[in-house]
Design a protein around this ligand. Structure first.
Ligand code: G
Ligand code: G
Ligand code: MN
Length: 529
């Protein structure tokens, strides 16, 4: 049970999960789309708010302008102790001024006349204040008083209803409009409220002079912008969703492109399109075959032979390298059963670093190991220096388990990565397989040649054996042999070949001569693909 959990953990938790990555990408696309919609909604609302405010400002300015004009006429009303004539004049001003209800004129001598017989009261008139916004004392409705001091005092009172109507027209849905004057404001509910902070955050417009004391505030709640981005503007949202989908789709296409290769590889494994080639590893001195490297090959039903430097990385990307390797190991197991191998023969299999982090690998190797043990052959797992082994407890345990079963470890492509002595010691490699470039550099690149020369000494110190790959000429073999390298691999000795070819190659090599030149040149042509 615990083992199963550990296996599942190493298989899923330690490797990236494309599904999670993909849904996260999709979610972020939709989020971006929605943010876009939010921004557009906010922008549109802002524009509309501006339009409404300026319209409301015009309307209010017109109303107050008329009242201001009326004040001028009231200034000219002569007041006398018997208010009859002034009252008539004031009443006509009230009648001809929209929404006016009441007018008052106080002469320079303090004599006061009003437009309304029933309202003889003279309100307390503040010093130089020109406008007052008040709750009407009689019917509870808002009342607007405009007054002017000069030669006496003139005052006109307007009913608040007209203003409230305008505020109501301007406000809609979640947009609110307020008419602010000093420390008070009139709201669309028809009431006068004391000023509060929330009103200050809206969009504010001052009325032009002479009504400049007034300002209009419009505001919209964030909640309604949020709601609007989702509901009120289906066009914007649709556009945003479309944009999100386009983004997601392009992502999906990349994913599908990747997955189609992945799918083909999976299909290929199922249909046994993958097979193996074997490339000999020989002693430097006599060219005697002491081992073999298993190389994956793919014969695609439509595209034909596909290069392994293309499909191996693709399989790694698609998370299929492990199943592919597993399949190849099974195939190699079956194939090698039929072959007699020289004692001590080593069989190299390329393993992805990720695979070494899975406890399954031990299980995957068991049957092959049993077959090889019977033939006194050794299994060598080749891991590339390209991708460092994950310094994970699981990986160390897997390596330890394999070691106990007699499996050897080779560091492949040595010289292209950053493996240092510590890395080699930590993982206990038995073989270093030197990158092809070092051999081809012989006689051309003294820097690389020097590294190759120095490698022997290092390998002795570390107790690892060196296999030099990419040997293509007799000159290279001679050089390496004289230098003291033990094992070589390359086209000069044998190209990767099918099992049948390899078997022929091996047996004829054993029964016939072991002169490398003859072995290499003669056989290389008969092999491969
Ligand atoms: O022989 P060839 O040109 O196909 O090899 C190309 C590369 O592919 C080599 O570097 C070799 O390590 C890698 N390769 C070949 N077969 C396998 C395989 O079965 N598993 C892995 N992980 N790599 C392989
Ligand atoms: O896993 P590894 O990188 O060792 O795989 C060996 C790769 O090198 C295979 O692709 C094989 O075809 C290729 N190869 C083997 N011998 C030679 C050689 O002598 N010259 C060149 N250029 N490539 C070789
Ligand atoms: Mn290899």
């Amino acid at each position: 049970m615990l083992k199963k959990v550990r296996t599942l953990w190493s298989r899923y938790a330690l490797s990236p999960k494309p599904a999670v990555v993909y849904s996260a990408a999709l979610a972020s696309c939709l989020l971006t789309g929605w943010l876009l919609s939010l921004l557009v909604t906010w922008q549109q609302d802002r524009t509309e708010l501006h339009e409404r405010v300026s319209l409301l400002t015009q309307q209010l300015d017109q109303q107050i302008g008329l009242a201001n004009g009326a004040l001028g006429r009231i200034d000219g009303v002569p007041v006398s102790a018997a208010c009859d004539l002034p009252r008539q004049m004031l009443a006509s001003v009230v009648q001809s001024t929209p929404h006016a209800r009441y007018a008052l004129r106080v002469g320079a001598d303090g004599t006061a006349c009003t437009s309304d017989l029933s309202r003889q009261d003279v309100p307390a008139l503040p010093g130089d204040g020109r406008v007052l916004l008040l709750s009407g004392s009689r019917d509870g409705k808002a009342v607007l008083r405009l007054q002017r001091h000069g030669y006496g005092v003139s005052m006109i009172e307007l009913g608040g209803d007209a203003f409230v109507n305008l505020l109501q027209q301007a406000a809609s849905g979640d947009m609110q409009a307020y008419m602010v004057l000093g420390e008070q404001y009139l709201a669309a509910d028809g009431k006068v409220h004391p000023m509060d902070d929330s009103i200050g955050q809206g969009l504010s417009y001052s009325l032009p002079a002479p009504s400049g004391q007034f300002s209009i505030v419009m505001q919209e709640s964030w909640l309604s912008v949020l709601e609007g981005s989702l509901l009120r503007r289906p066009d914007t949202l649709l556009l945003a969703v479309l944009a999100g989908l386009v983004l997601a789709w392009s992502l999906l296409r990349r994913e599908v492109a990747r997955n189609s290769t992945g799918w083909e590889i999976a299909q290929g494994i199922r249909n046994r399109e993958f097979f193996t080639h074997y490339q000999p590893i020989v002693t430097a001195e006599h060219g005697e075959c002491v081992g073999v490297e298993v190389l994956a090959r793919w014969r695609h039903p439509v595209q034909g032979a596909i290069r392994s430097d293309l499909f191996i990385p693709a399989a790694e990307d698609a998370g299929l390298i492990v199943p592919l390797t597993r399949y190849l190991i099974r195939r190699v197991t079956k194939e090698l059963k039929q072959v007699a191998l020289p004692p001590g023969f080593f069989v190299g299999i390329n393993i992805a670093a990720e695979h070494l982090g899975m406890p399954d690998l031990v299980e995957d190797c068991k049957i092959l190991l049993a077959v090889l043990r019977e033939k006194k052959a050794v299994l060598v797992l080749e891991v590339s220096e390209r991708y460092p082994l994950p310094e994970h407890q699981v990986t160390h345990r897997v390596v330890q388990d394999l070691r106990q079963m007699g499996v050897k470890l080779a560091l492949d492509d040595f010289g292209i990565g950053h493996a240092d002595r510590n890395y080699l010691r930590r993982w206990g490699f038995d073989y270093l397989k030197v990158e092809k470039g070092y051999v081809s550099a012989l006689g051309k690149d003294s820097f690389k040649t020097n590294i190759l020369d120095g490698l022997l000494q290092t390998s002795h110190q570390l107790g690892v054996q060196v296999i030099v790959k990419g040997v293509e000429t007799q000159g290279q073999q001679n050089y390496l042999s004289v230098k003291g390298f033990e094992f070589l691999q390359g086209f000069y000795f044998g190209k990767p070949m099918t099992l049948n070819h390899f078997r022929q190659w091996l047996y004829s090599g054993i029964t016939q001569d072991r002169v490398p030149a003859a072995v290499g040149l003669g056989r290389a042509e008969a092999t491969d693909r």
